[in-house]
Design a protein around this ligand. Structure first.
Ligand code: SF4
Length: 328
């Protein structure tokens, strides 16, 4: 594989869920993700940001086929995960590890930390059994945990320790890509900063690709090399972090950044005024038109397409915005 090629290419991914509201009534489709395309590269962090319910988690789950996409493709290295057989999918799931929002729920309460951390080594037949203990202790050190945690059970640990154990388990599978789905949302504010530093160190030391999902733009800013902004199931803007922060092009991104500049306002849940359109009954035209300060008549009718901006960036990456203001 060319070293400059993306590790993962996601193209026009669409995910919907069947919803039956009342017995006897026909099913409706809830449109969670609508035509999302993005690239993930080794050694880089792609920060995905957006309000709750905008489709971030559905996108992440569709990438590793925890939910089946309706259409679109996910190419990982040289194979298509969208049509991968069980054995290819198993191999990919070893290399693509997932950190869940609630780390405690992802740990079995009946297994000691030692049993939890041994599991990926046994499941994927990694290393020699004689070396398993040393390997586990080495990874524990990477995530700032001591070996005396090994005989303990999840209920005996703090929230920060749960997330570190989950991270250690992911690293033991020797991944190339980690999808971290709001990994700090369940942690105390005092623990979040340490966790952020740890994630940054681990990502750099291991040269990993990261898809880091958060509703907190301030956190994403600190970790990401590229940022994507999701709104109502769509990726409305994405690009290298310096381009997006210094030259935000989409009105929604600008509103988010304005809010981050105001102290104590980094949480997107309070922003902006109005509500996103229903995923069951999407509105015509641009999905942001009912909240946009720059709305024009054709925004209410015509769906905007992706525009490539000539924004100068340090990394030379692409800056893309889905908005009629930038139609060429
Ligand atoms: Fe606003 Fe129109 Fe751009 Fe949508 S397409 S963000 S409504 S200006």
């Amino acid at each position: 594989m060319n070293p400059d090629s993306p590790l993962m290419r996601i193209r026009e991914l669409t995910v919907s869920y069947a919803v039956r509201r009342f017995p006897g009534f026909s099913q409706e489709r809830l449109q969670a993700v609508r035509g999302v395309s993005l690239d993930l590269h080794s050694g880089r962090v792609f920060g995905l940001v957006g309000e709750s319910g905008c489709g971030k988690t559905s996108l992440a789950r569709a990438i590793i086929r925890l939910v089946k996409p309706d259409s679109g493709s996910v190419h990982y290295r040289d194979f298509d995960l969208s049509h991968a057989d069980a054995s290819r999918l198993r191999q990919a799931r070893r290399e693509i590890q997932y950190l869940f929002q609630d780390p405690l729920a992802s740990l079995s309460p009946r297994r000691s930390i030692w049993q939890t951390l041994l599991e990926p080594l046994l499941h994927y037949r990694i290393g020699n059994p004689a070396g398993h203990r040393a390997r586990v202790e080495q990874v524990l050190e990477q995530v700032d945990l001591l070996a005396d945690i090994l005989p303990r059970y999840p209920h005996e640990l703090s929230g920060g320790q749960h997330q570190r154990v989950a991270l250690a388990r992911a690293l033991l599978a020797e991944p190339s890509l980690i999808i971290a789905d709001e990994p700090m949302s369940s942690l105390d504010v005092s623990v979040q900063a340490r966790m952020l530093t740890l994630l940054r160190t681990v990502q750099k030391e291991n040269g990993l690709a990261f898809l880091f999902i958060s509703h907190n733009l301030a956190v994403v800013q600190q970790l990401a090399t590229e940022v994507g902004v999701m709104y109502a199931g769509e990726l409305v803007e994405c690009g290298p972090v310096d381009a997006l922060l210094h030259n935000p092009a989409h009105p929604y991104t600008r509103t988010l950044l304005d809010a981050v500049c105001k102290p104590g306002n980094a949480e997107l849940s309070a922003l902006p005024a109005g509500t996103p359109p229903s995923a069951l009954h999407p509105i015509s035209g641009c999905p942001f038109h009912n909240r946009c300060p720059h709305v024009m008549e054709h925004c209410k009718i015509t769906h905007p397409h992706d525009n490539f901006l000539a924004t100068a960036t340090a990394t030379g990456g692409k800056h893309i915005v889905r908005c009629h203001l930038w139609n060429s």
